[in-house]
Design a protein around this ligand. Structure first.
Ligand code: ATP
Length: 376
């Protein structure tokens, strides 16, 4: 996208000399306050809106050189509330584009069934009508329909904005999985910075008047906002969000304050002699039961019901520092519990040690400017 401007007939400049290089086979997010020109930008990509000035190149070819129908066929389009045909079944909604392209009825439906599975929809819903589905399910149908003709590009305009936060998280995870499996080039519009940071390989922050405020990978955006507008848009908890991009792998986990439910008096005494004020009690399998003070634990038969809850543990090594900090903050003892893939305790770590790791990570990252992404 090279110096693209959109001036609507009434004189509104919705997008102003926007230049953007969208990498293929990844998710690029356009984010910004209401009316900043995100939708206009997205629609110029498939020429639902024609640019007033500037050039949009797709794989090096000027988009105006392609017939508009060919261009649109190469780009799936997903909108808020899915925009489904209410009088058609789910299966026929998804099969719409293949049918338009002249595929046979059976082939189109077979493709639609395959896509239902891919987007996590139960095949039993195939014969229902859109109004018989939840908002989240309808949104999945919207994604399946956009993918039906296997276009290399997906344009998504606030597709998940109308669903509740839990369903929304599920849809976001599913989109990341689909992207990884299918390697589509996705341009995604949202006004939600958390969604942008979670989904985007690259994030374009736009400001009113269709100006590009910053274009960067999310971790860089959070560590080096270009100006006060971007900083303000990222919000007051920018520092906390940034922790999602630091791995917890370097945290030093203690195993000494961990005792099994049938621990001997000697073991409890040894465990309690360290720096941890509480001991973490595990079941015979090594899974966490709760925290107890060394003096309160009865050797041989610790009463699990009297222990303090251990809260939500984090996955040792794979979760982010943000997840580890969250566990420690929510823990009644101020210590976080790390577990392995089987849910067995890998170690415990105090808020203080996590705090030191955070300071270290911030300092290191500002020194070399590089970022490494881990699961949020
Ligand atoms: N057809 C139109 N004619 C005139 N002005 C328009 C038209 N469509 C959009 N605009 C204006 O262009 C500007 C950008 O609109 P656009 O819909 O691209 O923004 P947006 O960032 O997607 O907003 P939102 O998040 O509220 O959907 C706004 O000021 C809007 O009022």
């Amino acid at each position: 996208m090279d110096s693209v401007t959109k001036r609507y007939p009434d004189g509104t400049v919705a997008v102003d000399r926007l230049s953007l290089e969208i990498p293929d086979r990844s998710i690029t997010v356009l984010v910004g306050p209401s009316g900043c020109g995100k939708t206009t930008t997205l629609r110029m990509i498939n020429r639902m809106v024609e640019p007033s000035e500037g050039t949009i190149l797709i794989d090096g070819v000027d988009s105006r050189q392609q017939p508009v129908n060919t261009l649109r066929r190469s780009m799936g389009y997903v909108i808020q509330n899915a925009g489904l045909f209410q009088h058609r079944t789910i299966l026929d909604n998804i099969a719409t584009v293949p049918r338009m392209l002249g595929w046979g009825k059976e082939k189109s439906r077979a493709r639609a069934r395959e896509l239902m599975e891919r987007v996590g929809l139960d095949g039993a819903l195939a014969k229902r009508y859109p109004y018989q589905l939840s908002g989240g399910q309808q949104q999945r149908v919207g994604v399946a329909r956009a993918l039906a003709a296997d276009p290399p590009v997906l344009l998504m305009d606030e597709p998940f904005s109308a669903v509740d936060p839990v369903v929304r998280k599920g849809l976001q995870d599913e989109l990341l999985r689909i992207q990884e499996e299918l390697g589509k080039t996705i341009v995604f519009v949202t006004h939600d910075i958390d969604e942008a940071v979670k989904l985007g390989t690259m994030v374009a922050v736009m400001r009113t008047g269709g100006h590009l405020a910053q274009y960067a990978p999310p971790a860089e955006l959070l560590s080096h906002p270009a100006d006060a507008f971007v900083e303000d848009f990222l919000g007051a908890d920018r520092g906390i969000r940034r922790l999602s991009f630091f791995s917890s792998a370097g945290l030093e986990l203690l195993t000494e304050p961990i005792v099994a439910v049938d621990a001997t008096a000697e073991r409890i005494a040894a465990a309690g002699s360290g720096e941890a004020p509480y001991l973490l009690v595990t079941d015979p399998d090594g899974k966490p039961l709760g925290w107890g003070e060394p003096g309160d634990l009865t050797a041989g038969e610790i009463e699990a019901g009297r222990l303090l809850p251990y809260g939500r543990p984090f996955a040792a090594g794979t979760d982010s520092l943000r997840a580890a900090l969250d566990c420690a903050v929510l823990s009644p003892t101020g210590w976080a519990v790390a577990v392995d893939a089987e849910g067995r305790v890998a170690g415990v770590v105090s808020q203080q040690v996590i705090g030191e790791a955070i300071r270290g990570a911030h300092a290191e990252r500002s020194a070399d400017g590089k970022v490494e992404q881990v699961a949020p």
